[in-house]
Ligand binder design. Structure first.
Ligand SMILES: Nc1nc2c(ncn2[C@@H]2O[C@H](COP(=O)(O)OP(=O)(O)OP(=O)(O)O)[C@@H](O)[C@H]2O)c(=O)[nH]1
Ligand SMILES: [Mg+2]
Length: 320
């Protein structure tokens, strides 16, 4: 059932009192985007701000979901509630990878202290970058003190996700040093914590040495934090607690240095700019359609009109 604009506030209230169905509907609205998502965004903003977000990224199949499940178990063992957003940027629909996640995270299905939700972005331009922080805010408003966001690292996507998180965990596997060269620099930049998952496989020690020496070269970042490298075997749960300890240590560091407030502030500035940009982009495309897109394109293709003048016609601007 779609969320009517007027009912966003009611759903938020229901979600805050523990109604998981209401929470799921709010997240669906965010996932779909558009007006209803804006209404949800307005309703949750004043209520959010007390939860801590963790981004968990890495190459396809690195074991992110398995690690997530193990970390959730570690968090629950400490008696804390946690929500998980599994984001699938590659598919416009909630698809196969997510079905696998149901199995991998299934052990938490009956736990009231855990909320797991997968989110596809239906191919919206910039949809992921806007929907992710919004969904995290919904879970924040619903009372989850920890929100973990799992995303497949496929280039720009993990950078977007890092942008939405307080602490970013990058998951690599043994042998990582030899592969994904192109992506390394980007990952080094966003990682607050490194996890060498599948440490039961050969090459884990070499990967650790590689990572540590790269970290030596990079030196501590602006916030003087050196990302710890944690080994894990997520299939057995080994290392999950150490991963969580590293996250908590990074949080403490950010809180003590003022880095947390800084990160959050920068995120909101970026988000505002992105929202304005997305809305103008949508409006621009509407104007193009209204101006007779196909006919204009044909004129340009036929060489009777240059694209600049065509754009002027669409935007109603004088040529210059
Ligand atoms: N040997 C070993 N296998 C693991 C470990 N962790 C995960 N796996 C296996 O790796 C495969 C992929 O695990 P997932 O958790 O689905 O990986 P993912 O990174 O979430 O995958 P995508 O979301 O599809 O990118 C599964 O078959 C897991 O059982 C580990 O520590 N050791
Ligand atoms: Mg996964």
């Amino acid at each position: 059932v779609p969320v009517a604009e007027s009912s966003a506030a009611e759903l938020v209230a229901a979600a805050r009192s523990g109604d998981r169905g209401a929470l799921a509907r709010l997240l669906s609205a965010v996932e779909r985007g558009g007006r209803t998502a804006h209404a949800v965004g307005r309703a949750v903003y004043p209520l959010a701000g007390s939860s801590y977000t963790i981004g968990l990224t890495g190459a396809p199949g690195a074991g992110k979901s398995t690690l997530t499940s193990a970390v959730v178990a570690a968090v629950r063992a400490r008696g804390e509630r946690i929500a998980v957003l599994a984001i699938d940027p590659s598919s416009p629909y909630t698809g196969g990878a997510i079905l696998g996640d149901r199995v991998r995270m299934g052990e938490h299905a009956l736990d009231d202290g855990v909320f797991i939700r997968s989110m596809a972005t239906r191919g919206h331009l910039g949809g992921l970058a806007l929907a992710t922080p919004e969904a995290a805010r919904v879970l924040d408003a619903a009372g989850y003190p920890w929100v973990l966001i799992e995303t497949v690292g496929v280039g720009q996507v993990e950078v977007d996700v890092a942008g939405a998180a307080d602490t970013t965990v990058v998951v690599v596997n043994p042998g990582w040093g030899d592969r994904v060269q192109a992506n390394k620099a980007g990952l080094m930049e966003i990682a607050d914590v490194f996890v060498i998952n599948k440490a039961d496989r050969p090459g884990a020690d070499t990967t650790r040495r590689d990572l540590e020496s790269m970290l030596d070269l990079t030196g501590p970042g602006d916030d003087r934090w050196r990302p710890p490298v944690v080994s894990a075997v997520s299939t057995t749960g080994d290392g999950a607690d150490a991963v969580w300890e590293a996250v908590v240590a990074h949080r403490r560091h950010l809180e003590q240095t003022g880095g947390l407030a800084e990160r959050r502030e920068q995120r909101l500035r970026d988000e505002l700019a992105l929202i304005v940009e997305q809305r103008l982009r949508a409006e621009a495309m509407q104007r193009l359609e209204a101006a007779g897109r196909r006919a204009l394109e044909d004129e340009v293709v036929a060489g009777r009109l240059d694209p600049w003048s065509a754009a002027d016609q669409v935007l109603g601007e004088a040529q210059n």
